[in-house]
Ligand binder design. Structure first.
Ligand code: 15L
Length: 270
């Protein structure tokens, strides 16, 4: 199911931080976009894009299905994007994921799923992980991203729906603490990754670590980026001297890759 470059791409979570970055950058590059979110799109909708409200968690998924109809790719950035109580996560990230994959199946579209490093957050920082490492979610949010990756595997095995499952590290304008020397993903590298996923002829179901070319601190290696020809250009290394000492002093946070997410509601005796 190669992604058809002449078809629009559906971007969920378009009003969120990464959605806004992608909507602007992809529109600038000439991609035709359908944007959707449960929140209004802040500011003017870019050229070649349309915006429509949708609730991912709505059991009546007809709106999502209609939005996906005719699209070559669904860029799925919608849903809860930080650790939250279970009841807040389940609708958008579990039911919503099902709605997105059913929409992709009907539209014969590829999915790029914005997964997260929090699928593996309870791995220790002295480990270097391959992308097929054991899931060790650090909360309900991370666990919902594990579910999302498994959904991608299921829909490829059973229906041939292709997925690029991107384990995003920390995608912000610049790294701001020591952890991000390993986890930072620049906006430019995020955009180039998405464009590679849109353009690739055939992807199957692949997993990619979403981090820039960070060499000073590396926790993640051996993924499937060569399938889409992605090669990140930015690096957190230049921030190393300024940020290396910017830590919290909390062992639960500093020993685990997921950082502060591991600490939320942590109740093991220490
Ligand atoms: C994520 O998955 C979040 O969406 C983002 O807000 C950051 O917290 C990031 O992980 C991170 O680990 O830094």
């Amino acid at each position: 199911m190669p992604s058809d470059l002449n078809k629009p791409a559906l971007l969920t979570g378009a009003s969120g931080a990464l959605g806004r970055v992608l909507a602007a950058a992809l529109a600038r590059q000439g991609w035709t976009l359908r944007l959707t979110d449960i929140q209004p799109f802040p500011g003017p909708v870019p050229d070649r894009a349309t915006f429509e409200f949708a609730d991912l968690a709505d059991p009546d998924a007809s709106r999502i299905h209609r939005l996906a109809d005719g699209c070559g790719t669904i860029l799925h950035f919608g849903g809860v994007s930080v650790e939250r109580p279970f009841d807040e996560v389940i609708g958008p990230n579990i039911r919503g994921l099902y709605n997105i994959y059913e929409a992709a199946r009907q539209a014969k579209a590829r999915v790029l799923f914005a997964s997260s490093n929090h699928t593996a957050g309870f791995h220790r920082r002295d480990e270097v992980l391959e992308v097929d490492c054991t899931f060790r979610p650090d909360g309900y949010y991370g666990q919902s991203k594990c579910y999302g990756e498994l959904m991608g595997e299921l829909y490829f095995a059973k229906h041939g729906v292709e997925s690029v499952l991107v384990r995003i590290g920390s995608c912000f304008p610049e790294p701001t603490d020591a952890r991000m020397l390993a986890t930072w993903l620049s906006y430019d590298d995020l955009t180039s990754l998405v464009v590679c996923a849109l353009k690739a002829e055939k992807v199957g179901c692949i997993k990619v670590w979403g981090t820039s070319n960070n060499k000073r601190m590396t926790w993640w290696e051996d993924d499937d980026r060569q399938v889409i020809g992605w090669s990140p250009k930015s690096s957190a290394d230049a921030y190393g001297d300024a940020l290396a000492g910017k830590t919290t002093g909390d062992p639960v946070i500093e020993q685990h890759q997921g950082g502060a997410y591991c600490r939320i509601d942590y109740s093991r005796p220490q």
